[in-house]
Design a protein. Structure first.
Length: 225
């Protein structure tokens, strides 16, 4: 993808920090899906910064506002009109603070819009984990279910799901690692299927790191490609 091509594209793909720096396979798979769907997009790895949610969570409001301003200014300068993001955390921030400047779309909506282009199907029984940040944004827990249902998967729900989902503990990892670990283990203990599908990259890495139950923890796009 050349710089010349990118100049004429108004859709930004924003992977989020975890998919960009830690769980890089997620970004790779999501880009493969965008390309499969024929969606033209630009990436701005040297200009984009964190959405700022961690700073906001820990009380650093001024730092959050600096990151917010920097992203919006950079995206405007590049002529961005629409943002497709991998991370539900980024999506929640974009929906709340960026909506006046850009059209915001989570990757699951993009997938759902192009579901007819996915050939892979299965009747496997699987479980979906809904992150805390999905609780007030129904599309973040409805879209994955609709995608998997359309592909034939048999969803076995956790007792606490959707707007009543359990926290995996990742947010507490820096301040209370033992509690964070026990929270992840509680989620994994509640899974009754062989595979757990996770949407949020942060939750995915945390549950994977604390998985000693023999469950296969996968990010959503792994069952699509």
């Amino acid at each position: 993808m050349s710089l010349f091509d990118n100049l004429f594209k108004k859709t930004l793909y924003f992977p989020g920090c975890t998919a960009k720096f830690i769980a890089k396979d997620i970004q790779t798979r999501h880009e493969k899906l965008l390309q499969k769907f024929g969606i033209k997009y630009v990436k701005l790895p040297e200009l984009e910064v964190c959405c700022g949610k961690p700073a906001l969570d820990y009380g650093y409001k001024e730092d959050f506002e600096k990151l917010l301003k920097l992203n919006i200014e950079n995206f405007r300068a590049q002529g961005i009109k629409k943002i497709i993001t991998t991370c539900p955390v980024c999506y929640s921030i974009f929906q709340k603070y960026y909506y006046e400047d850009f059209e915001i779309e989570h990757i699951t909506q993009t997938i759902l819009n192009n579901i007819h282009k996915i050939e892979k199907k299965s009747d496997e029984r699987i479980t979906i984990f809904d992150a805390c940040n999905s609780q007030k944004l129904p599309e973040l827990y409805n879209n994955p279910r609709e995608i998997l249902n359309k592909l034939g998967y048999n969803i076995q729900e956790l007792e606490y799901n959707k707007e009543r989902s359990m926290c995996c503990g990742k947010t507490l990892k820096l301040v209370s690692p033992k509690v964070a670990k026990s929270m992840a283990e509680a989620v994994l203990d509640s899974v009754k299927t062989k595979r757990l599908v996770v949407l949020t990259p942060d939750c995915f890495t945390h549950l994977l790191e604390n998985n000693s139950k023999g469950i296969k923890v996968v990010e959503l796009s792994e069952v699509l490609i």
